[in-house]
Design a protein around this ligand. Structure first.
Ligand code: ZN
Length: 400
């Protein structure tokens, strides 16, 4: 078993609360991390670092857990740059463009879809992301949803069945029949490749009754629940998600007091944070020129908040977690520390994972070294490529 020492880390974000500086980030100065067999074996002061077979010198820079992007749609074909340009020229976002991508995705070969997933996972990795959730949702037939998830599962262990993304055109006048298809043969074909089930619960997509039906049968099939909720307007999604024990409700842009209370009251079994995480996706508001969710209100109510990219070809075609951190700080009133936590430990919570988003013995050795002395620079220097090196499962990836 070979060992690797990441040495001379000027500032280490561990996300082990109460250690280091005592903050939620668990900041340590002048540290080292020992990696063995793909996992963290030791974290401590550099001067006490044990010997190792190999060594990476961080040069006094900052390091943090790899970003955990808990919300992305990577299995698709084509792009919608023209739709983006039209929107920037004043047309509103309605979500209807999803059907454009559905047509292109159905027409694409497996190899085309696979190449897109690999390209985007690589792009995200070069920006510090070591875990990325991947949803289906651009196939919307039994065969196309199953193959989307099969291809997603080749690239990530966090895969989500989103057959209920939008009602496809051929079912436009009989949405109940489409929900029946999703709950029956489509779920059966998709479930072997999926860990999660998700529904786009929104006016114009799926209402609360449809969402409840789909999520309940998904749960019965062994899948965890997550939900697109309250993105385009107020609605029942957030409270439905909490009621069903969802790991995460995503977007949360339009919340009333009852939504915030429901989230705040969903206490996690271990008492640390809320059982249902509010995952905020500021890339979507950026790309649709919409008002941002109020992260400060959620945080002040005690809700656990995650940040993710929502990477998709329509409403948020970014794979960059640093960009989302910068937006969250500038536009959503999060502190840099809160945003960095939400993009790492928060994402792990949203995926109900304890082995990622944290650097402590036993955790997966997913670690990002910055070209910067502090995590503050992720928000302070927006748009600048600050990722120096990424370790995934303890293996150094190509430098950017
Ligand atoms: Zn989404």
């Amino acid at each position: 078993m070979s060992s690797l020492l990441v040495d001379n880390i000027g500032e280490l974000v561990t996300n082990v609360a109460g250690t280091g500086d005592g903050s939620p980030l668990g900041l340590r100065r002048d540290s080292a991390v020992l990696v063995e067999d793909g996992h963290v074996a030791w974290v401590g002061p550099a001067r006490y670092a044990p010997a190792a077979d190999r060594r990476i010198d961080a040069g006094g820079a900052a390091a943090l857990p790899g970003f955990v992007d808990s919300h992305a749609h990577l299995v698709f074909a084509g792009d919608r740059a023209a739709e983006f340009a039209a929107r920037m020229a004043g047309q509103p976002y309605t979500g209807g463009g999803i059907r454009t991508t559905v047509g292109a995705t159905r027409a694409a070969s497996d190899d085309t879809l696979r190449a897109t997933v690999r390209r985007l996972v690589g792009e995200a990795m070069r920006q510090g992301t070591t875990t990325i959730e991947i949803k289906s949702g651009y196939g919307l037939t039994v065969a196309d949803e199953a193959r989307s998830l099969r291809i997603a599962a080749e690239a990530s262990e966090e895969t989500t069945f989103l057959g209920a993304h939008v009602v496809p055109a051929e079912y436009a006048d009989r949405p109940d029949d489409y929900v029946g298809l999703v709950c029956g043969p489509m779920l059966a074909a998709a479930a072997p490749y999926a860990r999660w089930v998700d529904v786009f619960c929104e006016r114009g997509a799926f209402d609360a009754d449809h969402a409840r039906a789909i999520l309940t049968v998904g749960q019965a099939a062994g899948l965890g629940v997550r939900l697109h909720a309250n993105q385009l307007g107020p609605g029942p999604g957030v409270r439905l998600g909490v009621e069903l024990g969802a790991a995460s409700v995503d977007h949360c842009t339009h919340l009333d007091d009852a939504d915030v209370s429901a989230l705040a009251d969903s206490t996690a079994p271990d008492g640390s944070g809320t059982a249902t995480v509010a995952t905020l996706l500021p890339g979507a508001e950026f790309s649709t020129r919409s008002p941002y969710p109020d992260a400060r209100r959620l945080l002040d109510a005690g809700v656990t908040v995650a940040l993710a990219t929502d990477c998709n070809p329509g409403s948020s075609y970014t794979s960059s977690m640093p960009f989302c951190v910068a937006l969250a700080v500038r536009e959503m009133r999060m502190t840099p520390a809160e945003a960095v936590w939400a993009a790492t430990a928060g994402g792990a919570r949203a995926l109900r994972r304890t082995d990622i988003g944290v650097l402590r013995p036993g955790a997966r050795a997913d670690l990002t070294i910055l070209d910067a002395p502090s995590h503050l620079h992720l928000a302070y220097r927006p748009g600048v490529p600050l990722i120096h090196q990424v370790l995934h499962n303890g293996v150094p990836q190509c430098r950017s």
